[in-house]
Write a protein that binds this ligand. Structure first.
Ligand SMILES: *[C@@H]1O[C@H](CO)[C@@H](O)[C@H](O)[C@H]1NC(C)=O
Ligand SMILES: *[C@@H]1O[C@H](CO)[C@@H](O)[C@H](O)[C@H]1NC(C)=O
Ligand SMILES: *[C@@H]1O[C@H](CO)[C@@H](O)[C@H](O)[C@H]1NC(C)=O
Length: 280
């Protein structure tokens, strides 16, 4: 199998007006589903985030959520990953574990197919001193997933937003090694020593404040997929503003359809020339 790019959608947007149909133009997630349906060969990893976590513990999400989750699960090119915040000092096991269990239990709901496929751990404060906290975090996700029924192993993505030591990659499926302004992409640390030998395919790159053309966006997809061989990518022109706490993940990127098409084009090139793109 040849490693190709997947899309990661940090879809921190409430699925408003989606309860009746996830693919009605009035549903807030409709443009994302358009992208997913237009590019069936591309895998889309969707981070779902009802309330900086699953919302109420030991319960199921509401009808808007059930609609988008079940629609996404009806497609063969999506994975859903549940958002959980982390912090070695403020978020102990006793807080995050019930959140993992709540996401896991969505698989019990019988009215609709709403399970999630894994967990996204945000705000990873990775350092030597927090290594054991995150190792335990990953182990708790795995043990909760394996504790019942026959669902496959969870997909685990952790987000330090910058590179971390390569050895940690063996605990997880993906690490967000760049979550930053587009203007910082050229000087990104993930492509430099001492990180050059970290598993490329396990890296996810999230670029916000992108202010260039669709052609430049295609170039980034080619660079990430063909040159750097990373596994997951998201690009948005939405703006992060620390002062006003404006988050770039609650609006539809204006170049969203072009972005998803560009990932497909990058992958077509890679798949057309497997001799140049050995698995890494
Ligand atoms: C989904 O199924 C379609 C039709 O069979 C196929 O062309 C596509 O490659 C599949 N996508 C994935 C990501 O498996
Ligand atoms: C729901 O799923 C959990 C495991 O994830 C299991 O322990 C529990 O018994 C299930 N509850 C019901 C009502 O099926
Ligand atoms: C994009 O933003 C950068 C950094 O703010 C700026 O230097 C550059 O001129 C902008 N490019 C375009 C095409 O607006």
């Amino acid at each position: 199998m040849v490693n190709v790019l997947s899309v990661v959608f940090p879809l921190y947007m409430y699925p408003s007006s989606c309860s009746a149909s996830a693919i009605s133009p009035s549903c807030a997630w409709y443009p994302f589903f358009q992208s997913i349906n237009s590019n069936p060969s591309v895998t889309f990893n969707i981070i779902v985030n009802p309330n900086s976590g699953p919302g109420d513990l030991n319960s199921y999400p509401n009808d808007d959520w059930k609609s988008v989750l079940s629609y996404a699960n009806s497609l063969n090119n999506t994975n859903l990953i549940g958002y959980i915040d982390s912090n070695p000092t403020n978020i102990p096991v006793s807080v995050y574990k019930p959140q993992i269990q709540t996401y896991r239990n969505w698989a019990n709901f019988s009215g609709k197919d709403i399970p999630v496929d894994g967990i996204f751990v945000d705000d990873m404060a990775y350092s030597a001193s927090s290594n054991s906290y995150y190792t335990t975090f990953a182990n708790n996700i795995k043990s909760i997933w394996s504790s019942s029924s026959s669902r496959p192993a969870p997909y685990i993505m952790m987000n330090p937003g910058q590179p971390i030591e390569c050895s940690f990659y063996s605990n997880v499926d993906s690490i967000v090694s760049f979550e930053d302004y587009y203007s910082n992409l050229n000087m990104a640390a993930f492509i430099k020593a001492p990180y050059t030998n970290c598993p490329r395919y396990k890296q996810a790159i999230i670029i916000h404040d992108f202010n260039n053309t669709a052609l430049d966006q295609q170039q980034i997809c080619d660079d990430m997929g063909q040159t750097f061989r990373v596994g997951n990518l998201f690009i948005t022109s939405a703006i992060q503003d620390e002062a006003t706490r404006q988050n770039p993940y609650d609006e539809v990127p204006p170049l969203l359809q072009q972005f998803s098409g560009s990932v497909k084009a990058t992958n077509s090139w890679i798949l057309g020339h497997p001799q140049w793109y050995a698995d890494i």
